[in-house]
Design a protein around this ligand. Structure first.
Ligand code: IPE
Ligand code: IPE
Ligand code: MG
Length: 243
């Protein structure tokens, strides 16, 4: 289903799309291949999705690449995923510079290997002034962990006398999360048919529209993205008000 030009014209493009890229393992298993084959294919699909989002006019794309819970997987699988990050973070510098993409990483990076942390810093620094789409990769990210780290920072500020408990606002909390400079997602997409948040951006998704695609992440493509945008276009966002 490629949408006709006239349909595209009526499409509302979300400013910020967040994606839980799920189903790599099952996709590989269906092909009698190791789960890690699915992760490698998933990484390629992500590059194409970034291009598609950019060409459709999305301004922010945030993807869930590795959760704080994913460390509980077999070590070999975790290592393969970390190696995919290693390759991606290095090759992304040139690609992002060519395409004017600003890349950021959210999550607690203190648990990552020093070489990965260095590549993240390098990629973020190199692309920080790019004015095209902002691409946010969540690595060792957990919504609860993000909030816990924010609470610790605010508590430290209170203890240091920089602010008082009564001064804490929702805005202050938003401004202390990893996503502090990024507007909240308009649309959350999760692939592979699962309908849960799995500890993704809990605070930030408070008023986002949710869309669940049946395909596994390695089979996600521009058609699927357009289907999600089509559904999003028909949603009525009320924010607690009445229509
Ligand atoms: C998503 O695919 C990728 C990561 C969580 C890193 P999965 O690896 O969760 O694949 P399934 O859900 O087991 O099929
Ligand atoms: C969520 O997928 C995390 C990522 C996509 C990185 P999982 O596959 O880890 O989630 P659960 O375990 O099915 O909830
Ligand atoms: Mg999964």
């Amino acid at each position: 289903m490629i949408l006709e030009e006239k349909d595209l014209a009526g499409l509302k493009i979300p400013q910020h799309v967040a994606i839980i890229m799920d189903g790599n393992g099952r996709w590989a298993k269906q092909r009698h291949m190791p789960r890690t084959y699915g992760h490698a294919k998933g990484a390629k699909v992500l590059e194409q999705t970034l291009e598609d989002c950019d060409s459709l006019g999305v301004k922010y794309l945030t993807v869930y690449a590795f959760s704080t819970e994913n460390w509980s997987r077999p070590l070999q699988e975790v290592q393969v995923i970390m190696n995919l990050f290693r390759d991606y973070l290095v090759s992304a510098v040139d690609k992002c510079m060519r395409n004017n993409v600003r890349c950021m990483v959210i999550g607690d990076r203190t648990r990552l290997s020093p070489d990965i942390i260095e590549s993240i810093n390098n990629l973020e620094n190199a692309t920080k002034d790019n004015t095209g789409i902002t691409f946010i990769v969540a690595i060792n990210y957990g919504g609860r962990d993000d909030l816990t780290r924010a609470v610790k920072k605010i508590a430290a500020d209170v203890q240091a006398g920089k602010t008082g408990p009564e001064d804490i606002t929702e805005q202050m909390i938003s401004d202390t999360l990893d996503t502090r400079t990024i507007p909240d997602p308009d649309l959350l997409i999760r692939t592979s048919g699962e309908q849960r948040l799995s500890n993704f951006l809990m605070w930030q998704l408070a008023y986002s529209e949710f869309y669940f695609a049946d395909v596994h992440w390695p089979d996600f493509n521009k058609d699927e993205l357009l289907k999600a945008f089509e559904k999003f276009s028909k949603r009525e966002r009320r924010y607690g008000n009445i229509k």
